[in-house]
Write a protein that binds this ligand. Structure first.
Ligand SMILES: NC(=O)c1ccc[n+]([C@@H]2O[C@H](COP(=O)([O-])OP(=O)(O)OC[C@H]3O[C@@H](n4cnc5c(N)ncnc54)[C@H](O)[C@@H]3O)[C@@H](O)[C@H]2O)c1
Length: 329
């Protein structure tokens, strides 16, 4: 298929681009490069440097690539920042995404795979998390994704849009060949922060909260390798053949790991300890977030190939060791 990957110069998008190429799709990328890296887009893949809210530019890109399907990763993703700047998050993640959808419909492109998040659930009522849990996001970032999910559902009914929305847990790791990996500025994710602390590139890691009702007192999260996560976006494509289909999947491995588990794993893989210090809990951090991944496993046959924390951390360490300054080097 001819696939346009919006946000394809970002962390997850760039991994998906490579997987889509390997699967035989014709791929182009549209990204405003606000956070993405042009260097992460493989040679030969057209890069439309444009904002997804720019109707004319998006329509031109859709046409010139003769697009069959859009995979949309474009968003602002920093939860803390969304609390400080809710309007900016609403504008980018909702208004501009709606602009992208309008451009798609105007060009007759009615298949979409969308990046949503487990943050749409807020503080879940039960664990592991199934797709039918109430969605009550507790920060503006989660709200923007939930509002967009609702808009997609409306468009499935009114315009025959067929879409799958994946609610990711914690994307982690890097490509197995070390060519691309996570390069966020500022970095807020635990595994790259732990690696940077171990390598002396950052101050000691802060562990927020040691008195949670979890086995070791630190928060539990579900880390899913970025290549496994990306692959699900391609696995779902055959389901989008009928118009007006709407699919929602939690995308995590279902295995929870604590902050202390991550510190131990990075220490094992790098062969040096992660300097860290304990701090008070952060407001809004649920004690545990991990997926019941049975729906995506059952319906898409999706099985994570990276099934241990160490295997995920190893790819991240290789990337950070090889590229101390990320794409800047
Ligand atoms: N990283 C995670 O653990 C995680 C977890 C849950 C959900 N998600 C979602 O997955 C998606 C990708 O996350 P990521 O970690 O790769 O983020 P990222 O910041 O690395 O990638 C996002 C990309 O979108 C681009 N972009 C942003 N706004 C745009 C716009 N208006 N027009 C065009 N391009 C725009 C950025 O330049 C960037 O390249 C996001 O939608 C995010 O909300 C990520």
């Amino acid at each position: 298929m001819n696939v346009l990957v919006v946000g394809g110069a970002g962390y997850i998008g760039s991994h998906c681009v490579r997987q889509a190429l390997a699967a035989g799709h014709a791929v182009a990328v549209l990204d405003n490069l606000s956070y993405g890296h042009a260097e992460s887009v493989p040679a030969g893949v057209p890069l439309f440097s444009a904002d997804m809210g720019d109707q004319a530019a998006v329509r031109a890109a859709l046409r010139s690539h003769r697009t069959d399907l859009v995979i949309d990763f474009a968003a602002l993703t920093n939860v803390g920042e969304s609390v400080q700047q809710p309007e900016r998050y609403h504008d980018n993640n909702v208004v501009r995404t709606v602009g992208l959808l309008q451009a798609m419909l105007a060009e007759g492109v009615k298949k979409l795979v969308f990046s949503s998040t487990c943050a749409t659930y807020g503080i879940p009522e039960k664990m592991p998390m199934t797709e039918d849990l109430p969605q009550k996001p507790i920060n503006p970032y989660g709200v923007t994704k939930l509002v967009t999910e609702h808009r997609l559902t409306e468009l499935a009914g009114t315009h025959g849009l067929s879409f799958a929305a994946f609610r990711y847990f914690n994307a982690a790791g890097a490509s197995s060949d070390g060519a691309i990996g996570e390069d966020h500025a500022p970095e807020t994710h635990l595994i790259p922060l732990a690696i940077a602390a171990a390598l002396g590139r950052r101050p000691p890691l802060k562990v927020f909260g040691t008195d949670y009702p979890t086995p070791d007192g630190t928060c539990l999260r579900d880390y899913v390798h970025v290549d496994d996560l990306s692959r699900a976006h391609l696995d779902v494509i055959p389901l989008l053949n009928q118009p007006g289909q709407a699919f929602f999947y939690n995308l995590g491995t279902g295995t929870p790991y604590s902050v202390k588990d991550v510190i131990a794993s990075v220490g094992r893989v790098l062969g040096r300890p992660v300097p860290h210090q304990f701090a008070e809990r952060r407001e809004g951090d649920p004690p545990a977030l991990y997926a019941d991944a049975s729906k995506v496993r059952r319906e898409l046959g999706w099985i994570p190939r990276y099934d241990t924390l160490d295997s995920i951390v190893l790819t991240a360490c290789n990337w950070h060791l090889a590229r101390p300054k990320g794409f800047a080097t």
